[in-house]
Design a binder for this molecule. Sequence first.
Ligand code: NAI
Ligand code: MG
Length: 485
Amino acid sequence: MSQDIRNRLWIGNAWADAASGATFETINPATGETITTVAEGDAPDIDRAVDAARAALANPDWKAISPHKRAQLLWKLADAIEANVDELARLETQDNGKPFFESKYADLGLVVEVYRYFAGLADKVHGATIPVKGAFLNYTLREPVGVVGCITPWNFPLSMASWKVAPALAMGNAVVLKPAEQTPLTALRLGELAAEVGFPEGVLNVVPGFGQTAGAALVRHPGVDAIAFTGSTEVGKTVMRDAAETLKKVSLELGGKSPNVVFADADLKAAVKGATGGIFYGKGEVCAAGSRVLVERSIYDEFVDAFARSAERMVVGDPMDKGTRIGAIVSEKQLDRVMGYVEAGKAEGARLVTGGERTTVDGKGNFVTATVFADVDVDMKIAQEEIFGPVAAVIPFDDMDDAIKKANQTIYGLAAGVWTRDIGKAHRMAAEIKAGTVWVNTYNQYDAASPFGGFKQSGFGRDLGSESALEKYTQVKSVWVALDR
Ligand code: NAI
Ligand code: MG
């Protein structure tokens, strides 16, 4: 157990134990070893954190700070994250099990970009003057929403936190962040770094704990004005119900069962590569994972062969090794869930082409080999439910209409991929697929400037991009001034 891993509650720029004194273990899924024991927040701790956040909103050091200075603080936080990138990436990998190079270059790379992007936005947001009837001056103010509760998942712990924290702080809010119980460590370090670069106390509070206790307390708290949530669709529904009691502003980034559609006229090599990364990147624990690979029938057999061979090259191994492509599944519970779906696929008559095996590395850890099911029917469980593991379901289609129908045949609508050399077909598919993101001849592209979020039961509200920051983290006030008295 390392001495310098932060493992207590971060409230008002100070470390604290949980009021109950309770702690929980966070485990490295690649070894099964306990990384550290973490203070377990619950309702009284959420109360304290919300009090600290409300005090920050009233504190002139935050309330009256110039937008320019807010931008500077966010930029400094980006610099601090960059300066500590190896430490943060190692923590992320230990907690989550993903390959170190993914943590360092993909996760942390985008995290730094996100703070810089929203730093740039901090001093460019303003209201308008509106020409109303009568002798009045009417203008709008864009004000912060207030205290934002952020609840984040375990698959991209620091990324998902930052996609919410950066715009919320840029717009002048105060935040209480409840990271996932499986992966609380990078969020705690983030709180400390924010204080080091000069964010006043209470502006960013981090309370690790479980969903039904700390998470639910945050959603129900009357002192919280908005909830920004990323996680499962099931819990998203609970969050929305619980938030209704106090009519909080809610945004939900939920699950997916994203189609990756390969037409016969595609560059086959590129499509195979894109389908492989689409589902196996991040062990398939990616909300936008291309878990349904739809393939035009005329190239179906050829594609399945090439895809299976490509899957077999996804090396399962120690997340700290350079050559590892698939790290450890985040928890034993999640591993059981994934294996349950492998069994369901076999039982429903899908053809297991490769993978589907639970394995260990050096006799330890939660690992699964890259799995490809072919001849999957759209109605099967493995084609309808989010597995959140390295399991692809390959489904044949006949023509464009059939592809559109099958692509949209789920309750989800988070993302989609289209592979074709026909530009008209590409744009028609982009228009017809009901999803928040469509990638054409590529997959899993993200940028701080481009909005990301769901259609249908994948949720609503967007992360990233300038519009979403305004929508989620500001509210508009209309001011009327009589000019004739
Ligand atoms: P989850 O939805 O329970 O966890 C996400 C976050 O919500 C965590 O911080 C958790 O503590 C919190 N939470 C749980 N119950 C809550 C409640 N009643 N009130 C407030 N907050 C609550 O996800 P879980 O159980 O870890 O994973 C189960 C499945 O969910 C996965 O297999 C996957 O299919 C899906 N999932 C999808 C994610 C996505 O990014 N779309 C992320 C995580 C999970
Ligand atoms: Mg863990």
